[in-house]
Design a protein around this ligand. Structure first.
Ligand SMILES: *Cc1c(COP(=O)(O)O)cnc(C)c1O
Length: 426
């Protein structure tokens, strides 16, 4: 390491066991809390942060994406920041879909605009940068798909070796992006939790740093910036409801932490959005635990859903997700696979874009949230659009396009389907 160690202005002070409350030094590599195997959360000197991080200074930082929040991020030496453009995604009003769903103030946070097409970029940017700062030169992680692509990208940019373990049925584009960026890919005939166990064994055997989500302290810090941005984009007023497709829950946990840090800075008050976790009917351990008022979630047996990013049968941060849902008076709801398919096409037709199935799951929960009163009339609702649809197999039921010979075709046969598509028909 060279130069002034605090040149980024990071005010990271120590790590704290999220369950045990035990404190640990932050400047050595560590995975989970040695006391209980649960997540470690970074803590900052908020008074010191407030000296250089002000609403004005932040507004003047026009470039840097999520690293504009560097006082509240863990990297101390700017030379260690691996920046590929992550963060500062737009908050887009979705009037047409909002009208269709009876929620006029519907917004999406367009996370698919991050490098590698999903918000996994934020977490991996923070984790890889900080681990490199602490001496890591190779990484290993399990992934349902997008985390692997993001790790491959940030690993390659940092000049580090990457190994990714994915379920054998992970989307082809996710497998290809890892390989194209020089990552080593291992396909596992099992689920993400099986991949996680093998990743841990590879880390133990090789010394590669395990960047499984919430099994090291810093991916959550990258995802925290989504909550910081929501506050900034709302003019320091948080939305009424935040709807999040939940797998490992890192984004929910991160945003909840962000709001606490912003309150400590005095930038927002104690009000919080109602936080909503959305899962598929085929894999809903958090919803089940929420409904049963459990503190922790039992692993889900036989998990299946086309929304691979939320096919997570058990999350190490389960209690943190559940705490955020309850403290915010939020909710946890499931959606059917059919609702995901239908919403993916409705979002496409109403101008949200070609969203991934996880984003479609979150959007598909909106009508049910209105029925339950979690969303009230006039509420500002932010739904996380976590990743682009192009990386997944297409939604079932797309029309078959006609194939024509350019020197011999029947114009009339082409006119009808084109017209009905543009008039908004299914
Ligand atoms: C990983 C992922 C999720 C789930 O995010 P968590 O913060 O791990 O719960 C949702 N959508 C997409 C597209 C993902 O890649």
């Amino acid at each position: 390491m060279t130069g002034d160690r605090s040149a980024t202005g990071s005010t990271l002070t120590h790590l704290e066991g999220a369950l045990s409350g035990t404190t640990y030094p932050a400047d050595e590599p560590i995975n989970t809390d040695p006391a209980d195997g649960r997540p470690l959360l970074p803590r900052y000197d908020m008074e010191k942060a407030a000296r250089t991080l002000t609403k004005d200074s932040l507004a003047r930082r026009r470039s840097g994406g999520m690293w504009r929040w560097r006082e509240l991020l863990p990297v101390r030496d700017p030379a260690n920041i691996v920046f590929l453009g992550e963060g500062d995604t737009p908050l887009l009003p979705q009037a047409r879909l909002g009208e269709a769903l009876g929620v006029p103030n519907l917004f999406t946070k367009a996370e698919g605009l991050n490098p590698t097409g999903s918000f996994k970029a934020r977490g991996m940017a923070a984790a890889v940068s900080r681990a490199v700062e602490l001496g890591a030169r190779s990484f290993v992680a399990p992934s349902a798909g997008n985390a692997g692509g993001a790790l491959a990208a940030y690993g390659a940019a940092a000049g580090a070796a990457v190994t990714v373990l994915m379920p054998v049925d992970a989307p082809a584009s996710n497998r290809h992006e890892v390989l194209a960026m020089g990552g080593r890919l291992v396909l596992v005939e099992g689920l993400i939790n099986d991949c996680g166990r093998i990743a841990g064994e590879i880390a133990a055997a090789t010394g590669a740093f395990d960047v499984s989500t919430l099994k090291e302290p810093y991916r959550v810090e990258g995802k925290k910036t989504m909550g910081l941005e929501l506050a900034e984009q709302g003019g320091w007023r948080l939305p009424d409801v935040v709807v999040y497709p939940t797998g490992g829950g890192t984004g929910l946990v991160g945003m909840w932490k962000a709001f606490a840090e912003l309150e400590a800075l005095g930038w927002i008050g104690p009000e919080r959005p109602r936080m909503v976790a959305v899962q598929s009917e085929g894999c809903a351990p958090i919803v089940r635990a929420f409904e049963a008022r459990e503190r922790f979630a039992e692993p889900w047996e036989d998990a299946r859903t086309r929304a691979s990013g939320i096919r997570v049968p058990s999350a190490i941060g389960d209690f943190l997700i559940l705490d955020a849902l309850r403290e915010s008076e939020g909710a946890a709801v499931t959606v059917s696979e059919d609702a995901i398919d239908k919403m993916q096409r409705l979002a496409g037709r109403t101008g949200v874009g070609y969203v991934g199935p996880e984003s479609a799951a979150a959007l598909a929960a909106v009508p049910e949230l209105s029925r339950r009163g979690v969303i009230e009339a006039g509420d500002h609702v932010v739904v996380f659009d976590c990743g682009i649809g192009q990386k997944y197999p297409p939604p079932p039921g797309l029309p078959e396009p006609p194939v024509v010979d350019p020197s011999d075709y029947d114009l009339e046969s082409l006119v009808d389907p084109v017209d009905s598509r543009y008039s908004g028909g299914a």
